[in-house]
Design a protein around this ligand. Structure first.
Ligand SMILES: [Zn+2]
Length: 193
């Protein structure tokens, strides 16, 4: 199986489709005011993303371009709900300018026992086309994060992952320096241990 789709990687090098967005986005640290940090360990990245509440930036080591994604869970979901909603940053205001992309399912079954295919589903309601760089990037990235192991290792060889200062497990702002490496706040880290 070909782990690295060159076509998708090439797409990763292109800016997000947003005519009004600046060519060079402002450094993220400038507009978050949160404790962002790089996640270097694959298991940390996996845990953060599968937590379903974080905001992360993936930066291509090949092209230097980056995309920021915001994750959230359905509003009234319980612990058994495998859906993670994904939005992508398409403007300069990183608190508001996120555009809906689609749903990432982390299990084959939902909490009611209905079956679905785990993985990425691009939403037909998204303003961003399925062939846009951001859409193709998540379609490449998220299934490999879910599989983990060598699949995720292959991604991490060419991608930097930064959390943007929100706890991956609950979405609250990280305020404790010890949380910078993991992206998980002390309360949620204690819960998982
Ligand atoms: Zn938390």
């Amino acid at each position: 199986m070909d782990l690295i789709d060159d076509d998708v990687l090439a797409a990763f090098g292109l800016p997000v489709e947003a005519p009004e967005a600046p060519r060079e986005p402002a450094p993220i640290a400038e507009y978050t005011g949160a404790l962002r940090g790089e996640m270097r360990d694959p298991e940390t990245v996996r845990r953060y993303i599968l937590g379903g509440h974080g905001t992360f930036t993936a930066r291509s080591l090949r092209t230097g371009s980056r995309l920021t994604f915001r994750l959230s869970r359905p509003r009234h979901s319980d612990a058994g709900d495998a859906r993670i909603y994904v939005r992508v940053l398409t403007g300069p205001e990183n608190t508001a300018d996120y555009t809906w992309l689609g749903t990432f399912r982390t299990a084959d079954r939902d909490w009611r026992g209905r079956t679905y295919a785990a993985g990425w589903t691009h939403s037909r309601k998204s303003d961003i086309g399925e062939s846009a760089p951001s859409a193709r990037t998540v379609a490449w990235l998220l299934p490999r994060v879910l599989r983990g192991g060598r699949h995720l290792d292959a991604v991490m060889e060419q991608t930097e992952f930064w959390h943007e200062g929100r706890c991956g497990a609950c979405g609250r702002k990280l305020t404790v320096p010890e949380s910078i490496k993991s992206g998980i706040g002390p309360v949620c880290a204690g819960r998982a241990a």
